[in-house]
Design a protein around this ligand. Structure first.
Ligand code: DGJ
Length: 538
């Protein structure tokens, strides 16, 4: 009898495991025409999210009002912390109550989740490791920095550290698979949070010093040799080239003696560790996983002022060289050079997901750039639970427009028939080619009144047809052929909205509203969606 019960339990587990491993609807990244999209239930999905403050999701009571709050902001996903200390309070004893409650409440509110695995590191520190790890510092070694100072930061160099983290993460992923494997509420996992050494450029523990003075691992050298022509010019290649492309020697012999070599060394070790943890989780439930980054300053970055070894755009080659389970390197994009940073993080075929960004109105405008110009699979302002009044943030309207236009956005991404932008006095015009025309998109103006801010997305919507959403801009159309005498007229402009995917037209926009037929105006007053048809005449 006992044997029969064991057999049946094993059979159920095996069936569930196989089902989730072979489940075509499981969240996954799909690449077509060079563009990567997130697929859920076999359909592309655009993540319109927000990240909770660090401690909010540790209490379901605290979360109670937040669910409705974020639904009012038009989010479809919530980026939600989970901590190692609460999931494995005693070694080997797991508590998934919180995980199940978060998933259940998300489902009730029609939301998806991206979970953050706050475990070995969060903002470079190790405050989320359980107390039994904190206390057992002999088994779970910490880093040392200059002057021999020990920091409360797990060392990447200790196998016991990544083994313990991996075990817990694997248990979590197995549990998510069992609880959510057929619902797909949970879309992706962030593994750790903003890893790297602070206050020095590298770990100087004995184990770290030994690895630093040992030959650069063959795997890295092989990667560099194999990808020599395609390495990023601002990354490891710069130091490797300056030292004569050596293929043997220790880290300083191959890359020179500088804080940037220390940073390369840390990137190699953090990337190895994080990929090991992610791989242990993916063995149980292989949904997309990413590592996020605390961004360095553009000028004169000094590793250690920001976490040294974090997946900075400069370090993407090193991180990719260890890529076994991490699918994306994701910038926490608070920096002012929003467009530039998006561009840096879409190099090497890296799909863009922005797990953290400003939750102010500037952030609410920048989401159009991330999605419309850089095909981001998702965006997520940080501290979303602070946005208590949906009427007082531009995120509500930005997400409403992006939510309504999601089918068009996802269909146009692989066709590259889309542009997203923010226009202001410094950047008043963008031009692009799309759908057989050249488009000039500029700050709107009427009778001498000029808008100072415009933002939105414009896409193809069939032959001679366009659709767009946003505020404060106008579009003029020109023929693609330089010597063409054709003039492109505005055939019609309709305001409207999508309800459950069906277009409900509103006003026919003519007269002042389309500059007497001279431009497609998505005017100053409030963010809207419009369709425009054009025609040619001579
Ligand atoms: C970046 C971290 O990843 C977040 O958890 C949080 O600490 C924010 N910084 C605060 O701005």
């Amino acid at each position: 009898m006992k044997k029969l019960v064991i057999f049946i339990v094993a059979l159920i587990c095996c069936t569930q495991f196989c089902r989730s491993q072979n489940d075509p609807g499981m969240p996954q990244l799909v690449k077509q025409e060079g563009i990567t999209q997130l697929y859920v239930d076999q359909k592309p999905f655009l993540i319109l999210s927000g990240e909770l403050n660090n401690s909010s999701s540790s209490s379901m009571e605290y979360m109670k009002p937040i669910w409705k709050q974020v639904v009012a902001l038009n989010l479809n996903t919530l980026v939600t912390p989970l901590s190692w200390e609460l999931i494995e309070p005693q070694e080997g004893t797991f508590d998934f109550t919180l995980v199940d409650s978060l998933i259940t409440d998300a489902r009730q509110n029609n939301l998806h989740l991206v979970f953050l695995w706050l475990a070995s590191w969060k903002n470079g520190m190790s405050s989320y490791m359980p107390l039994w790890v904190k206390k057992n510092y002999k088994k779970y070694p910490r880093i040392k920095i200059k002057n021999g100072e020990t920091r409360e930061v797990l060392s990447t160099l200790a196998e016991a550290n990544w083994q313990a983290d991996s075990k817990a993460f694997a248990a979590l992923m197995k549990h998510i698979r069992d609880f959510d494997g057929s619902n797909h509420t949970v879309l992706m996992m962030q593994v750790e949070n903003e890893v790297g050494v602070l206050n020095d450029s590298r770990d100087r523990s004995d184990a770290a010093n030994a690895a630093f003075n040992a030959p650069v691992p063959k795997e890295l050298i092989n990667y560099l040799v194999k990808n020599k022509d395609n390495l990023l010019p601002d990354g490891i290649k710069k130091y490797w080239e300056a030292n004569g492309f050596k293929t043997t020697g220790n880290w300083e012999e191959v890359f020179g003696k500088s804080m940037y070599t220390d940073e390369l060394f840390m990137a190699w070790n953090y990337a190895g560790y994080v990929n090991k943890v992610a791989a242990a989780g993916k063995k149980e439930y292989p949904i997309p996983m990413y590592a996020n980054c605390w961004l360095d300053p553009v000028d004169n970055p000094k590793p250690g002022d920001f976490p040294s070894g974090c997946p900075e755009a400069r370090l993407m080659d090193v991180w990719k060289s260890r890529q076994t389970a991490i699918d994306m390197l994701s910038p926490d994009l608070y920096a002012s050079e929003f467009d530039y940073r998006c561009q840096l993080y879409t190099r090497l075929g890296n799909p863009l997901f922005i797990p953290e960004m400003n939750s102010n109105d500037e952030g609410a405008h920048n989401v159009f750039v991330a999605i419309g110009k850089y095909n981001a699979i998702g965006v997520s302002p940080f501290g979303i639970d602070h946005l208590k009044d949906a009427g007082k943030t531009d995120f509500t309207t930005s997400y409403s427009i992006l939510g309504q236009l999601t089918p068009q956005i996802l269909a146009n991404e692989p066709k590259k028939e889309m542009v997203g932008f923010v226009l202001n006095e410094k950047n008043p015009v963008v031009t692009c080619e799309m759908n057989g025309y050249r488009l000039e998109i500029s700050l709107d103006e009427l009778f001498g009144h000029k808008s100072t801010l415009g933002y939105g997305v414009v896409m193809a919507d069939g032959k001679d047809k366009f659709i767009g959403g946003g505020v404060g801009f106008r579009v003029k159309f020109f023929p693609l052929e330089k010597d063409s005498k054709a003039i492109i007229g505005i055939g019609s402009v309709d305001e409207g909205k999508f309800k459950d995917g069906t277009w409900i037209p509103g006003r026919r926009m003519n007269g002042d509203e389309d500059a007497q037929g001279e431009a497609w105006r998505i005017g100053f007053s409030q963010p809207v969606i419009q369709k425009c048809t054009v025609y040619k005449y001579e």
